[in-house]
Design a binder for this molecule. Sequence first.
Ligand SMILES: *Cc1c(COP(=O)(O)O)cnc(C)c1O
Length: 521
Amino acid sequence: MNAQNPSGWRPCMGDAANGENSEATSSGDRGLMLEEPLSFEIGSPDKYGVDFDEPETAPLASLAGHLRAEAPDLPGLTEPETVRHYTRLSRQNYGIDLGPFPLGSCTMKHNPRLNEKVARLAGFADIHPLQPQDTVTGAIEVIEQLGDWLVTLSGMDSVAMSPKAGAHGELCGLLCIRAAHEARGEPRETVLVPESAHGTNPATAAFAGYKVESIPATVDGRVDLEALKARLGPDIAGVMITNPNTCGLFEPDMKAIGDAVHEAGGYVYCDGANFNAIVGKVRPGDLAIDAMHINLHKTFSTPHGGGGPGSGPVVLSEALAPFAPLPVVQREDDGSVRLIEEEQAGVALPQTFGRMTAFHGQMGMFTRALTYILSHGADGLRQVAEDAVLNANYVLRTCEDVLDAPFGASGPCMHEALFSDKGLPEGFSTLDIAKGLIDEGFHPMTVYFPLVVHGAMLVEPTETESKAGLDRFVTSLRSVASRARDGDESLRSAPHFAPRRRLDETRAARKPVLVWRGMEE
Ligand SMILES: *Cc1c(COP(=O)(O)O)cnc(C)c1O
């Protein structure tokens, strides 16, 4: 606590605290850029936001042994302090409602407010998963209709709705594959994952107990078909292929890969998190794919980020459908829908591998995704893919003269544009470009992923950015890239205008500070 700050409000830890900025203020705030300490640093146990009545009776005797001896060390704040605390913190955040969020592989598109309106209808928002089925038939109908759209859009046989994220969907698909091999009496132990796959693929395969082997990428950023074929055999349970892949490219050999894998008795898992690029244009079911997750929180515009809820339904081929997890939604002959739980599974889904979640999945995400699909219609969804691909190619072609585009010669990209650090002068890196973008008022792109490219920068503008919005972004990206090429030293310490200067990200991840100041004393 310093003399200027008797209340414990600490000055800005950016420029001012480092003594780097002669324009530091006494409050630590700069203009409308407001600092905010931890609630533990401004709160005290004697402050309250609400007044509770004194209890009329003494605590129950049976609880006596369980009562804590000391009050918990929680910060007390008044109501206005609480509101300001969180509002101030929220202003330090960056979100899709503030500007483009060009994180490659994340599909951070605008979430139409109509989705929210529908998800908040009491009939969806206020129901409970343990209610008797006949009181929630509307909700079950939403799950069925959404599943039906996903099956139609993907051209697959059926869908498992319960997985709660893309990676969870991958696990679901691999558990189906395992169950299928076991049902055939020939368990297999290895899963092949190309270099151009998303990082969750090898992680999921390992988590599911498989040995993971990598398949190289060709020089043009695609799966090496011959290398893959050469490795197929009776120990290979399947392959996991990201399509469009993490280089932002479509895998044109998908059908040939699938046929070869099937011939060798394996199954094909397709990571469909990037479905945004091909929705309405390509049906994965036509490409010899057996299982694919679809991230509702990407393609179908349900909010994500900050660890928020995800939803990764998995579409399945006829070969894997019998092994899908419970519960499943079934439409009866009379047109009604019902959720099949354990009790009825022996009849409806005798070979199910089991359950992945306590209930049926992320209901709020289902409602939002179906709203999004119905409001776009089949033609609107096709346009989503077309515009997403157009926007990414716009970024690729307007920046490839200032940033190296390693696969620029491989033809048009899909929904994301990939650049590398090749050609940046000695001492300048991808990180400098990302931090420079923060000063320009943009959230950086995905950096250092995919690993097939050195110093990767993966930009996914999504279809919801306008031409004017893209031009603003491209102007900033070009400006930052040009500063790096010109050796502008100030870029190496960017950001200069953000609430914090460049952080030691390794230390922040490896040695996070999990105590507050009062606790250290
Ligand atoms: C986002 C993503 C995943 C993982 O999805 P989560 O919902 O974050 O688990 C997997 N693969 C690809 C290609 C992705 O873009």
